[in-house]
Structures are given as structure tokens and as C-alpha cells.
Design a protein around this ligand. Structure first.
Ligand SMILES: Cc1cc2nc3c(=O)[nH]c(=O)nc-3n(C[C@H](O)[C@H](O)[C@H](O)COP(=O)(O)OP(=O)(O)OC[C@H]3O[C@@H](n4cnc5c(N)ncnc54)[C@H](O)[C@@H]3O)c2cc1C
Length: 318
């Protein structure tokens, strides 16, 4: 396909990604989860809370209820990385059946850099314009010459499945790629990451804009808990234990408990008498006068109760 379909998001110089079909969205995740957690109410805020809970706790199967099918056009070296994601269903343009097209990836000058010394799978540094031109010329030369030879073999009646073997990996291919949301998010996590190669990152970022549109709550939770969330190894936690004083941890814990009480109070307002008892029940250690001083400061920001409690419990484990 030479011309860009109307609904396609352009990627690289001649590629694209577009959504062909989809099944479900945030509501399908919630619907599936309620089978395991019981019906409950279905207010949007509760749907969002449930999706965030599922993402936080890696309860992944409800996300598999959403499916997306994409039509993608990308260079073969990008497809080789992409195809490693084994859970997708793929149907690719066949160079055994059809003739190859004169569609080759030529990198943008901004993306031409030196091999990184620090990162063996990366690029870095600014290179002189003459060298950039040389790189582009090399891409153009191999693309043109290989395509001429390919066309010659084709014209001579050589089998396409053999003739194609002389084409370089910067030639574009196309496929339909269908996957469920859980595995798509896994793909996005790996391929939007700064460690992923630029050329596949472009596609992952384009795919992300579509995913965000289809399942905005799931995408938001994915960003908050998977992409921007941090997990600490035992070694890292040991460093925290050594470097963070017990007073600092206790302070942090207190702040979290105040926020738990503020959140509970927002959901169901309590009288002054009940507040301090609620604070103590949630593990608060301040005296009553100190509690009311802080409480009346008006600086307590409510949040998600369950998430705050989980944070308090993590601090307890430090
Ligand atoms: C930055 C980066 C660098 C990389 N470098 C290299 C490299 O140098 N060489 C190389 O060969 N690859 C490389 N890869 C590819 C990488 O090793 C994985 O193959 C690829 O990221 C797909 O990951 P996955 O297997 O988790 O994903 P998927 O295949 O999409 O699978 C998703 C999940 O399903 C489960 N799963 C799927 N299939 C199976 C199965 N058969 N058995 C058990 N569980 C399964 C796993 O939990 C898996 O995490 C690289 C990837 C990245 C992102």
C-alpha cells in the first residue's frame, strides 16, 4: 500500500499504524472483573478505582477481554523485533505470493548517530553532516540497487520466494496484528521505553494513542502503576533501611495515615469525636491535640483509601 489510509497514523518515512477493529474497552474490563468480585455499583469513579486496583495488583485477565486489531506498515527490521511478542495473531503481506514494492526506509538525518559506547543497544552523539549524507546515500544505494536486481530476477521468471532473499531489511512490509489489551500494554511497556530502538518506539507511541482512546482508564492506570510505578529489589530496600532514619519513615507513615482519615471522611463525613478514634484505628500515633492541630490546618489531601493503606503497609515493611 503506497498511499496512506485516511485513519492511519504515519510512522517513520513511509510507515503507518491504524486501528482496523476493536472489541470492548474500559467497560469490558470492569464487566469481567465484576464476575470475580461481585456486582456492586457501576459509577464511573468506581469503575476507575476497580481498573486501577486490578492494574496495581496485576490481576491481568480482565484486561485480556479487550482486543484490538491493527493494520501496520513497517520496515522488516522493525517487524523482526515486533514479532517477538508471541501472543499476537498476525497475518503478513506475502513476498512469495505478491511482488515486493519499491518502499524502503531511509532514516531521518536527526536519527543518524554514532554507536553508543555505554549502551551496546543504542546510539548517541552528534555526527558531522557529511557522514550523515554518506549514511543516507548508502541506504538509498542499497535500496535502489537491490530493488533493480530483484525486479530483474522477477522479470526473468525466477520464483518470488527466492528473489526476495536479496532484498535488505529496510524494505517495508505490512501486517494485520491483533492482540488483547494485557499483552498490548506489555508490548507498549517494553517498546515505548527509552531502551527500545527508536524505529519501533515510533510505532509503540502511535499505538499508545489509539489504546488510550479505546480504554482511557486502563491506559491511565498502566501509566501510573506500570510505566511510572517503581518496584524496589531487596538490595535497594536494604539501602533505604540503612539511609532513611526511623523518624523519617515514621513521619511519612503519619502523613499517609492522615490522608487515609481525610479520604474516609470525604466518603462518609465523621463527627469530631469519631475522627480521632478513626485516626488511631488506622495506626496513627499522634496525641489528640496534635492530631486536631494538623487536621484543622486544611492541608490534608484525600486520595484512594485502598492505595494509601497499601502504601502505609509498605512503609511498615521497611
Ligand atoms: C530493549 C529490548 C532489547 C532486546 N534485546 C534482545 C536481544 O538482544 N536478543 C533477543 O533475542 N531478544 C531481545 N529482545 C526481545 C526480548 O527478549 C523478548 O523476546 C521480547 O521483548 C518479547 O517479550 P515477551 O516474551 O515478554 O513478550 P510476549 O512474547 O508478548 O509474551 C508476553 C508474555 O507472555 C508470556 N509468554 C509468552 N509466550 C510464552 C511461552 N512460550 N512460555 C512462557 N511464557 C510465555 C510471558 O510471560 C511473556 O512475558 C529485546 C527486547 C527489548 C524490549
Amino acid at each position: 500500500m503506497k498511499e496512506l489510509p485516511n485513519d492511519a497514523i504515519p510512522c517513520l518515512d513511509k510507515g503507518f499504524i491504524r486501528l482496523v477493529d476493536s472489541m470492548g474497552g474500559d467497560e469490558a474490563i470492569v464487566q469481567a472483573a465484576r464476575v470475580s468480585y461481585g456486582k456492586g455499583t457501576t459509577k464511573t469513579s468506581q469503575d476507575r478505582g476497580l481498573i486501577r486496583y486490578l492494574m496495581r495488583h496485576r490481576h491481568t485477565t480482565p484486561f485480556e477481554m479487550v482486543e484490538l486489531k491493527f493494520h501496520c506498515k513497517m520496515p522488516i527490521f522493525v517487524a523482526r523485533q515486533w514479532v517477538r511478542h508471541r501472543t499476537a495473531n498476525i497475518n503478513e503481506y506475502s513476498l512469495r505470493y505478491s511482488e515486493a514494492r519499491d518502499d524502503f526506509y531511509i532514516p531521518d538525518p536527526d536519527q543518524i548517530q554514532y554507536q553508543s559506547v555505554l549502551n551496546k543497544q543504542g546510539r548517541s552523539g552528534e555526527i558531522p553532516p557529511e557522514l550523515k549524507s554518506r549514511v543516507i546515500q548508502a541506504f538509498e544505494k542499497i535500496s535502489r540497487e537491490s530493488f533493480e536486481l530483484y525486479s530483474e530476477l522477477n522479470a526473468a521468471g525466477i520464483a518470488r520466494e527466492l528473489a526476495r532473499a536479496i532484498l535488505p531489511v529496510n524494505i517495508y512490509t505490512e501486517w494485520y496484528w491483533k492482540n488483547d489489551l494485557h499483552n498490548i500494554l506489555h508490548f507498549l511497556h517494553l517498546r515505548m521505553d527509552s531502551h527500545a530502538q527508536y524505529e519501533i518506539r515510533v510505532y509503540a507511541e502511535a499505538m499508545a494513542t489509539i489504546v488510550k482512546r479505546i480504554a482511557p482508564m486502563a491506559y491511565e492506570a498502566f501509566q501510573d502503576y506500570r510505566v511510572k510505578g517503581l518496584r524496589f529489589s531487596k538490595i535497594e530496600q536494604d539501602i533505604f533501611r540503612q539511609k532513611l532514619s526511623p523518624e523519617m519513615v515514621a513521619d511519612l507513615r503519619e502523613d499517609v495515615i492522615y490522608r487515609i482519615v481525610a479520604s474516609l471522611h470525604t466518603v462518609k463525613p465523621r463527627s469530631e469525636d469519631e475522627l480521632f478514634a478513626l485516626y488511631q484505628k488506622n495506626g496513627g500515633a499522634d496525641e489528640q491535640t496534635e492530631f486536631f492541630l494538623k487536621w484543622n490546618s486544611g492541608e490534608l489531601e484525600p486520595g484512594n483509601i485502598r492505595e494509601l493503606r497499601e502504601f502505609r503497609d509498605k512503609l511498615d515493611r521497611l
